[in-house]
Design a protein around this ligand. Structure first.
Ligand code: PGA
Ligand code: ZN
Length: 418
């Protein structure tokens, strides 16, 4: 079996928002891998740059003329070597040279090509025979904030978490049931609701934040009763988009309220207690490590997760570890560019007791790689939508992995995370 890279083929494709993105094929002597890059809408300030100045066209040209000749002849099995080469060719600290999304597509396609060269699934190739743990799906059911157009709740995402499920199939069944129930409830409740959904397939409705919490809680309870296991939920506040630096306040436009940092902490603690929230992402703006630390200390049985706060960046995570800010971290490989960079962050996070949450982006393709990354790196949670093609591609791949593992498959132990 040989995994020597013979060629890279690059093209422009589209994501679920209809935005152009880059796709790369890596061809080895005995294998093939293909990956296309996702794109965020509520991006963290510390993410790498997606494309060089000339956009995707320049990125494609760079792969054809510069990167493919450099990588040809290298062994795809050695992911770190490939990813170091990408950094060297780029020559900047934030992938401004070749583009972080270019690096992402090459890095993931390379990993898949290596696995394929050995006739292994990606999760097996990376994680070995120990890779038998399925993550719980955090499913986006209701959208607001920057992910909504028009009037909607101020928080960006309301996420179902069926933590009592004993298989991934049960978990996804619960999430689809919760999602469906919410749609039905919104139809009954809001006259203006016409079935609109976000890019991630979450419902968008002109309801208040409080109504959104109540709807989620009711749908989770009903689904849990029907399926006979506990279903909870969490939120992504995406607080950087609520924060106004000048006023030093979080602006809740729909609610017509402003909260300073102390009020924001109080408000979130109330919500965590009232709705038994299991997961709160980006509760404060991305530079406020102190408040993240305070909430982490005070919140009970709830993951406090950093997305924009950490941007999958190991140095940012180290700041968090030092201050005990958060106890969970979102892993979006294209926030840092390569699989090796993301794997380093995952390893560091897990060593320091942070729950790792592999995540899609709001603009995504039907790529399924993150399903394998969650299993390979033993991440207890995966964040995606519940419906919509780009999300279903990942969820169905997890169902295939669970089926493939058979009696060896088991669900992550969330008690360890809480
Ligand atoms: P994205 O954000 O639009 O940048 O993908 C999703 C999130 O904040 O988790
Ligand atoms: Zn987020």
């Amino acid at each position: 079996m040989s995994s020597i890279i013979e060629d890279l083929i690059t093209r422009k494709v589209f994501n679920n928002r209809g935005e152009e993105t880059i796709e790369v094929d890596v061809i080895t002597t005995n294998g093939f891998g293909r990956a296309s890059a996702p794109a965020g809408k509520s991006r963290g300030k510390n993410e790498v740059v997606y494309y060089p100045q000339g956009g995707i066209d320049e990125a494609v040209k760079k792969v054809d003329e510069q990167i493919a000749p450099e990588l040809a002849g290298l062994n795809a099995d050695f992911q770190e070597e490939i990813d170091i080469s990408l950094h060297e060719i780029d020559g900047t600290t934030n992938f401004k040279g070749i583009g972080g999304n270019t690096a992402y597509a090459i890095s993931l396609a390379n990993a898949e090509a290596a696995a394929n060269s050995h006739s292994l699934l990606l999760c097996q190739f990376i994680g070995g025979t120990a890779a038998n743990m399925l993550p719980y799906p955090l499913g986006n059911c209701l959208s607001g904030g920057q992910h909504a157009r028009g009037k909607a709740p101020d928080f960006q995402e309301f996420l179902a978490l069926p933590h009592g499920a004993t298989t991934f199939l049960e978990a996804q069944t619960a999430n689809t049931s919760i999602h469906r129930r919410i749609g039905d409830m919104l139809k009954r409740k809001s006259t203006g609701f016409n079935g609109g959904k976000s890019d991630e397939g979450a419902w968008i409705a002109n309801i208040s934040g409080e109504e959104a919490f109540e709807t989620m809680a009711k749908a989770c309870e009903e689904a849990g009763n029907e399926l006979d296991f506990e279903c909870g939920f969490g939120i992504d506040c995406a607080s950087s988009s609520l924060w106004r630096e000048k006023e030093e306040k979080y602006i809740y436009e729909q609610e017509g309220r402003k909260r300073d940092t102390a009020e924001q902490i109080e408000y979130l603690l109330e919500l965590i207690e009232k709705y038994h929230l299991r997961y709160v992402e980006d509760p404060f703006h991305e530079e406020d490590f102190d408040s993240h630390a305070e909430l982490t200390k005070k919140a009970k049985n709830c993951l406090i997760c950093g997305d924009d706060l950490f941007t999958t960046n190991n140095e940012r995570l180290n700041l968090g570890i030092r201050q005990k800010a958060g106890n969970a971290i979102i892993i979006k490989v294209n926030q840092v560019g390569t699989l090796t960079d993301a794997a380093d962050t995952i390893e560091n996070a897990q060593r320091h007791g942070y729950a790792t949450v592999v995540s899609h982006r709001s603009g995504d393709t039907s790529d399924w790689h993150i399903a394998h990354l969650a299993v390979a790196y033993k991440c207890p949670l995966i964040k995606t939508g519940v419906v919509e093609g780009a999300r279903i591609a990942k969820l169905n791949e997890l169902l295939r992995i669970e089926h493939f593992l058979g009696s060896r498959a088991r669900m992550a132990d969330l008690k360890l995370a809480w």
